[in-house]
Design a protein. Sequence first.
Lengths: 114, 110
Amino acid sequence: ETGVTQTPRHLVMGMTNKKSLKCEQHLGHNAMYWYKQSAKKPLELMFVYNFKEQTENNSVPSRFSPECPNSSHLFLHLHTLQPEDSALYLCASSSTRPGANEQFFGPGTRLTVL
Amino acid sequence: TQLLEQSPQFLSIQEGENLTVYCNSSSVFSSLQWYRQEPGEGPVLLVTVVTGGEVKKLKRLTFQFGDARKDSSLHITAAQPGDTGLYLCAGGYTGNQFYFGTGTSLTVIP
């Protein structure tokens, strides 16, 4: 399998549930990202990992917890979410070589919080 | 504060027409990327521009980076229904953090 894959593609959860989103990249990249895409809003960068180390956390609420066990896998653990957290969650990866930092996105997980 | 403003926000045209989408900012970027996103999918990279004044062509798509590296445009010639989608620009600094624009939703009517 090539590119960036995300599972599940769709997720419906209650506010008291705990769930996890998974992302896997097969591109040999060293940086991975989580974005949130809501209707009528620009993509919001949530977290950045370089070589498995978190380098950015853009004021994301603690109910979102990222995990990056290796350069190919990225998780987003969700707990006690709110209805306004319903959105498309996109994972991306990129090289860290200078001049080659284009991001490649997965298909996203459509999350609905009831 | 929105770093990158795209215009127009929505665009609906007939097949065969030409169109231009703009991406403007008051910030200087080291690179700028254009993506197209179809419903239910993630954005797909179309092009990266890095030099002020640079022009790149991809078949019927022409991308230009402003001389001051603050703005960019995407011109589509003879639009086709397959061009329908959300067009996003993203500005990058050194390192790997990008800021995405507000998006332009294009519909090409057969």
